[in-house]
Write a protein that binds this ligand. Structure first.
Ligand code: SAM
Length: 345
């Protein structure tokens, strides 16, 4: 399958996206499918109902949508999901979007993956201009990995990491910090990542969608994790940024970088540069709020992009100041009803 040349638009610069709090929107995350080959206990319920395939934007529509955002000053584009590498023919989209890297309009094309399909796709991703990839691994214990992902095979994921590094991709490991689950393993995960030249980012679990277990039983504040790590390691704050929400330290003993993504204990909404689009073309201006904009209708209404740009402008003007996630025993409802797999992590 190919994307027809006549729909491959160059990103002819239009007015950049700036919201009413003067935040420039330069980072787009696109969930290319809500499906995943894992069922991580903090991300999805065991029995998820997925969208019928006919509701999904085609690869051509995703290309057009991403290109419209690139024309509006998006510099960093992350394909995510669900699991992006289980979407059929996904490499067609990567290859097609790489034209914006070649033209200089886009600075980075990247993805977040669970790694299960990376051995198969690492080389093709590198050939399409992908330089960095985030791989989610919460534990290096095979049995626990299987339990946390409900279905995952750690060996396959580690082979994927090997393949990515052999293909010359910079790998960053993402791990959600989970109370009583991987709390004690964080030092080992960090030492492993750093010994292979990979950064590790820790993430606080967010109350997105009903998943089965109570959030309060999963939530581990990173302020606590950091304090415990600081008893064993020397953590030096550094200015390193990747355009995302992580704040980094250098770990003196390992020489590696450790990132903290802290939407609960410390949100950095004032510097938020991101919006997210789902695989049905719904734009979410904030991960932690319900407001959204339908971009599929204007996309399909006309072959020109004017209606689409008007819808994007309307939505960006409504981007909220921030989110207020709460996880405690009294708050039973998730902050938003949709799962992370829908909005895209
Ligand atoms: N399937 C890919 C993966 O596993 O990385 C991409 C999608 S996944 C939704 C993206 C990231 O979101 C993963 O690192 C995952 O651990 C994280 N995530 C999922 N649900 C979360 C939640 N409720 N709170 C915090 N992080 C979450």
């Amino acid at each position: 399958m190919n994307i027809r040349p006549e729909i491959k638009q160059e990103a002819i610069a239009r007015a950049p996206l700036v919201d009413r709090f003067a935040r420039a929107i330069t980072y787009l995350r696109v969930s290319v499918t809500d499906r995943c080959d894992f069922r991580c206990v903090y991300c999805m319920a065991e029995n998820m109902t997925f969208l019928p395939k006919r509701d999904l934007l085609s690869l051509e529509e995703l290309d057009r949508l991403c290109s419209a955002f690139v024309a509006r000053g998006i510099k960093k584009l992350r394909l995510t999901g669900g699991e992006p590498l289980v979407r059929r023919d996904i490499m067609v989209l990567f290859r097609s979007l790489s034209r914006h890297l070649a033209s200089g309009a886009l600075e980075e094309l990247t993805l977040t993956t669970n790694g299960s399909q990376l051995s198969r796709f690492a080389k093709e991703l590198a050939d399409a201009g992908v330089k960095r990839v985030n791989v989610s691994i919460d534990t290096l214990d095979e049995a626990k990995f299987h339990k946390l992902t409900r279905w995952g095979d750690l060996k396959k994921v580690l082979e994927g990491v090997d393949a990515a590094q052999s293909a010359g991709l910079h790998v960053k490991i993402n791990a959600v910090a989970l109370k009583d689950e991987n709390e004690l393993e964080i030092p080992a995960l960090m030492e492993w990542a750093h010994s292979r030249g990979m950064d590790l980012s820790l993430i606080e679990v967010m109350p997105l969608g009903e998943v089965g277990p109570e959030r309060v039983d999963q939530y581990l504040p990173l302020s606590l994790v950091r304090a415990r790590l600081a008893e064993r390691y020397t953590l030096e704050d550094i200015d390193y940024r990747t355009g995302g929400p992580a704040r980094y330290v250098r770990v003196k003993e390992t020489g590696g970088r450790l990132g903290f993504i802290t939407p609960l204990t410390h949100n950095f909404c004032e510097g938020c540069n991101r919006v997210r689009v789902t695989c049905t073309g719904t734009l979410f201006m904030c991960l932690g709020q319900e407001d959204s904009a339908d971009l599929r209708t204007p996309l399909r209404a006309s072959e020109a992009d004017d209606l689409l740009h008007m819808a994007i402008d309307d939505a960006i003007a409504r981007k909220p100041k921030g989110h207020d996630f709460v996880i405690d025993r009294r708050t039973k409802q998730p902050a938003v009803s949709r799962h992370m797999s829908m909005t895209g992590g």
